[in-house]
Design a protein around this ligand. Structure first.
Ligand SMILES: Nc1ncnc2c1ncn2[C@@H]1O[C@H](COP(=O)(O)OP(=O)(O)OP(=O)(O)O)[C@@H](O)[C@H]1O
Ligand SMILES: [Mg+2]
Length: 487
């Protein structure tokens, strides 16, 4: 029984087969076959057809020349009225023998005065060709079905002023057909040989040309399946070499990404674990002691609370970083008054600076209104200023300067703090990177601040620059376009 499922299976099989044929190999094969076979067809129809045409026209010309000679003879005699001339009759039958056909001689009364087949002598012949012959027209007609060439030649009187009779010759084209058949047989054999050669050539070529691509696919599969660490090199064609290079570059990029992801995960775990370890140590030591005085409890609990704050800051930073990565392209752009934003920040950070006697100064060269995401930009700028306070010396200063030209605004955050060694400057924007681990730990922080800040500035299509000298100070220059043009 032919079930619906059976039909579906067959259809999917056909689809698979069709899909198999939609391959470069198959198309190449087809192309070579077509390109090879077209000349064969040309040989068949073009050359053979031409040969037949030419042979017929040569025969027609030959017959006509010979006939015209006899026609001259006839016009010089009274053969049309009295067809008794043995010489002319003999010539006519000779011609008829040579061309394997029949010759009729018709006089001006449309009577057949001579027929080399001797069947129609004395009969009337009023055909279209004969009438045209009496009008002086020569006529050639090929009856390819019966294998005859019919030619009408007018017979003119001596001074060629009048048509006095018409000769109708039918010449056999059997010899032409015979040679054509022979030629056809030979070309057929030749064509078969050529077609076989073309198919073999097409197969070999299509396999050989596509082979490097197959090698490339195989190497890629091996690479991604986990065997083979080495780079992919298929240099057979320029194209495969370029593809290999691109793939290698892509794999390298993926590797770097994978490495940095792994490094990030291990950094995150480490950072998250540190406060927990401290809390555990603090709690354990409390538990192990007998008769712990209440003051000690309080002190340890304060330390534990600090660690909890630290942990929660790391988590907050991580969350805002992930958010930046995920919704990076979706900035909540609005026209922001940057002066007001900075003033607010200074007010907010003032108390922290005051604690260490650090002078916090904001200088605004002009009013700046710019397209920005207020929340993200506040977070970023606040980190630069907070860093300038955190990594400063007691009683130092932090100068924040806002300026703008017609295209972009610039915020410069400068401090007279501990500075950043030259070799560390390239890394400070990396996640979790902190210059002096032990010192930084005292100061507090996660090492994510600058990474988040720079991502934000880049999202605003801006740039960050750092200049710093240890024990002299640090200067961060942040440039952001006044108008935001989305991608
Ligand atoms: N103004 C500065 N002066 C000196 N060192 C700085 C300054 N700004 C940043 N750094 C160095 O760069 C490191 C990275 O700064 P980043 O803001 O990313 O992290 P953090 O301040 O340590 O922590 P948080 O995530 O809390 O901001 C800092 O740990 C510090 O070593
Ligand atoms: Mg910071």
């Amino acid at each position: 029984m032919f079930t619906r499922n059976g039909a579906l299976v067959i259809i999917s099989k056909i689809k698979d087969t069709l899909l198999y044929f939609r391959s470069l190999k198959f198309y190449l094969f087809l192309l070579v076959v077509i390109v090879g076979i077209v000349p064969c067809l040309f040989l068949q129809f073009g050359i053979l057809g031409n040969f037949e045409e030419r042979s017929v026209s040569v025969l027609a010309m030959d017959v006509r020349t010979q006939t015209e000679i006899v026609a001259n003879r006839i016009s010089n005699s009274d053969y049309l009225d009295n067809p008794s001339s043995e010489v002319i009759s003999a010539q006519l039958s000779q011609l008829s023998n040579i061309y394997g056909g029949r010759i009729l001689v018709v006089n001006s009364r449309f009577e057949i005065v001579q027929d080399t087949y001797a069947m129609s002598i004395g009969k009337m012949m009023v055909s279209e060709e004969v009438i045209r012959g009496f009008h002086g027209e020569e006529d050639t007609h090929l009856d390819s079905k019966n294998g005859y060439l019919e030619i009408t030649v007018p017979i003119r009187n001596e001074d060629a002023s009048k048509v006095v009779g018409v000769m109708v010759i039918s010449a056999s084209t059997a010899t032409i057909s015979d040679s054509l058949d022979l030629l056809k047989q030979k070309t057929f054999v030749l064509q078969i040989v050529i077609v076989i050669l073309i198919i073999v050539l097409a197969l070999v070529l299509s396999i050989a040309l596509v082979r490097p691509l197959e090698i490339l696919t195989k190497k890629l599969r091996e690479r991604f399946d986990g065997y083979g660490e080495e780079q992919i090199h298929v240099n057979t064609y320029r194209e495969t070499r370029e593809i290999s290079e691109e793939i290698n570059a892509m794999i390298d990029r993926m590797q770097v990404l994978d490495d940095s992801r792994q490094e990030f995960v291990s950094n995150v775990s480490h950072e998250l674990k540190t406060p927990i370890t401290s809390m555990k140590v603090l709690a354990d030591s409390l538990l192990m002691m007998d008769n712990v005085p209440i003051e000690m409890y309080q002190e340890f609990m304060e330390d534990i609370t600090e660690e909890i704050d630290r942990e929660s800051k790391i988590i907050d930073d991580l969350l805002s970083m992930v958010k930046l990565d995920k919704t990076g392209a979706v900035l909540n752009i609005a026209q922001i008054n940057i002066n007001e934003l900075l003033e607010l920040l200074m007010k907010r950070l003032g108390p922290i600076a005051q604690k260490r006697g650090i002078e916090l100064v904001l200088v605004c060269e002009r009013q700046v209104i710019a397209d920005a995401d207020e929340v993200k930009l506040t977070l970023a700028l606040s980190n630069f200023i907070e860093n300038a306070i955190k990594y400063n010396r007691d009683n130092g200063w932090v100068h924040v300067k806002l300026d703008a030209d017609h295209k972009q605004f610039t915020v410069i955050v400068e401090d007279c703090g501990i500075g950043i060694p030259r070799e560390d400057q390239a890394y400070i924007f990396e996640r979790f990177y902190r210059v002096d681990k032990s010192h930084s730990r005292e100061i507090g922080g996660t090492g994510l601040g600058l990474s988040i800040a720079r991502s934000t500035v880049l999202l605003h299509k801006g740039a960050v620059e750092v200049e710093s000298e240890p024990d002299v100070g640090t200067k961060f220059t942040i440039r952001i376009p006044l108008t935001y043009i989305p991608n």
